[in-house]
Design a protein around this ligand. Structure first.
Ligand code: FES
Ligand code: MG
Length: 577
């Protein structure tokens, strides 16, 4: 443990302490807000980065929950300073929150840099908020704790349990197939999201908060607490109390996010049956911490880590509320045993594995053992081949096993609008072995790599009673999705990746056990097609999108901006005061 800092060594002291005119201004303006000198003198100032907004149902409780964090900060002798940040609602933000994840990362980093703060509590949970907040705070480098929003309660309608996203997709297919009524559909609409908190399936939100916990960035057990459970208030206050000590201890993120912590995060992610989106965010977060995580590392750990969390969509029945009652993420970590690296520490300053031996598993059908997994391998597989030289991702646990090895003719659409015509035509000539291909949906092409990868089943096949088929795209898919969907094809088609050269009718071969994805087209023909390919124009001529198009990296690199990566340029200086 490092020696405790003195007050004079804190960054906020540079603003608040000197006997000069600038500091006079900082102090007098703090007094303008109603505070007396004894409120801040000699105390660390803690940022509470709050992603609450009126357009963010998953974080609806954060306006009130921030007060609990502040209470904890005050109890521990800190001075709280709440700073609002982009709320990135997965539902409302278009064309996709992925376009703005890096904007939240930049905002977080610069909010922390430009204000007189010594540490931070980051309040997030809805999909992109976790990686966005963490990436920014890691690059800034001051002590922080991640406070996960917690999953919402289980959905409920007509005696049935409903899962976020997953059941929306499922019942939409049933509605299109004509097996449920308009009234039932409306009942599902009113029952599927019935409390604040993030999606309660093991989608991107639950996966990312689990990853944050496994990386050591939350208090132990924090990520599984349902948003509406009083444990969440208590955890929020505890975050406030702990961050003040972290500042005195100078427990900076580089001491926590080590290669061991990243390995633990990947292992836990795989065992949760993790969202495909997590791959991109894990890579981006690790790289910000200077840990060079690659797709191959993810596949390697995935091959030896079974899925243990029996939560939808990889599991069949349970949701995050059940996961919490069964023991939560700490119980899952206990089941992983020596697969976790004991050297990694958390925000507590103690090892992640500390105390796991005392953790109880209350339902071993929800949190399975290594000998009775939900799926024998990790949830994700990384594919390579002449269609995806830099990689692509599939979730074998969430697709019909008959598609694990598949060869079929491609049906290619250049845009989502074009694809929609195909899937909405009940007489479109396609067969169960057709491989649906959507391109121009990657980081540049989408733009922002929208969640279009779970292409809806074509009506023509739904009529035949089919519910799955092989689909390929350079898009992402929602973490609550399912099906034989190959995603994140890199390089993407929009920048001339080989997916751009595929034609309708070409045979495509998917082999998940062999980790390969190829078009059965000769090298000569591919070369000829490449020579004839014309690059599309970029989407934006001004604004944020212009900057995005110029600097976004491909999916296998985590979709960070090239100029935000740790290895880019020199160290960012502290602001002059
Ligand atoms: Fe916020 Fe799913 S919409 S987590
Ligand atoms: Mg989502």
């Amino acid at each position: 443990m490092t020696a405790r800092k003195t007050y004079e060594q804190l960054r906020s002291a540079r603003w608040m302490l000197p006997d000069d005119q600038r500091s006079f201004g900082h102090r007098s303006r703090t007094m303008q807000m109603g505070y007396a000198p004894e409120d801040w003198q000699g105390k660390p100032i803690i940022a509470v980065i709050n992603t609450w907004s009126d357009a963010q149902p998953c974080h609806m409780h954060f306006r009130e929950r921030a007060e609990w964090v502040k209470r904890g900060i005050l109890q521990s002798g800190g001075f709280p300073m709440e700073l609002p940040a982009l709320s990135l609602s997965e539902n409302f933000v278009k064309p996709t929150t992925m376009l703005y994840r890096n904007m939240l990362a930049m905002e977080t980093e610069e909010l922390l840099r430009s204000h007189p703060v010594d540490g931070a509590v980051l309040m997030g949970g809805c999909d992109k908020t976790t990686p966005g907040l963490v990436m920014g705070a890691v690059s800034m480098g001051i002590p922080f704790i991640y406070l996960p929003a917690g999953p919402m309660l289980r959905g409920n309608y007509a005696g049935k349990t409903l899962g976020s996203g997953t059941d929306g997709f499922k019942y939409w297919d049933e509605r299109r197939a004509g097996t449920i009524t308009q009234e039932e559909w409306q009942g599902i609409e009113g029952g599927i999201a019935r409390s604040y908190g993030h999606c309660m399936t093991m989608g991107t939100a639950s996966t990312m908060t689990a990853i944050a916990e496994a990386m050591g960035l939350t208090l132990p057990g924090a990520s599984s607490i349902p948003a509406a459970d009083a444990n969440h208030q208590r955890m929020s206050a505890a975050c406030g109390r702990r961050i003040v000590d972290m500042v005195w201890e100078d427990l900076t993120p580089d001491q926590i996010i080590t290669p061991a912590a990243v390995d633990n995060a990947v292992t836990v992610a795989m065992a949760t049956g993790c969202s495909t989106n997590a791959i991109i965010h894990l890579i981006a977060m690790a790289r910000r911490a200077g840990v060079p995580l690659e797709l191959d590392d993810l596949d390697r750990i995935g091959r030896t880590t079974p899925v243990l969390a029996n939560i939808r969509p990889s599991g069949s029945t349970y949701l995050m509320e059940d996961f919490f009652y069964a023991g939560g993420l700490r119980a899952l970590m206990k089941q992983l045993g020596d697969k976790l690296d004991p050297t990694a520490i958390t925000v507590t300053g103690k090892p992640l594995v500390d105390g796991l031996d005392q953790v109880k598993i209350y339902n071993d059908d929800v949190i399975r053992s290594l000998s009775n997994p939900v799926y024998h391998e990790g949830s994700l597989a990384v594919l390579k081949g002449n269609l995806c030289p830099d990689g692509a991702v599939i979730k074998p646990a969430a697709c019909d096993p008959k598609f694990h090895r598949h060869c079929g003719p491609a049906l290619v659409a250049d845009s989502y609008a074009e694809m929609k015509k195909i899937i909405d035509d009940p007489d479109y000539p396609l067969t169960p072995d057709t491989v649906l291909v959507l391109r121009n949906a990657g980081p540049q092409g989408g733009p922002g790599m929208p969640e279009w990868g779970m292409i809806p089943m074509p009506k023509a096949l739904l009529k035949l009673g089919l519910r799955d088929m092989v689909r390929i795209s350079d898009a992402r898919m929602s973490g609550t999705s399912f099906g034989a969907c190959v995603l994140h094809v890199a390089p993407e088609s929009y920048v001339g990746g080989p997916l751009a050269l595929l034609k309708t009718g070409d045979m495509v071969e998917l082999d998940i056990p062999a980790r390969s994805l190829n078009m059965l087209v000769s090298e000569e023909e591919i070369t000829a097609r490449r020579a004839a390919w014309v690059a599309p124009t970029r989407h934006y001529e001004r604004g944020y999108g212009f900057m995005f198009s110029g600097h976004i990296e491909q999916a296998d690199k985590g979709c960070d901006f090239d100029f935000l990566t740790t290895e880019f340029g020199g160290k960012t200086p502290e602001p002059a005061i």
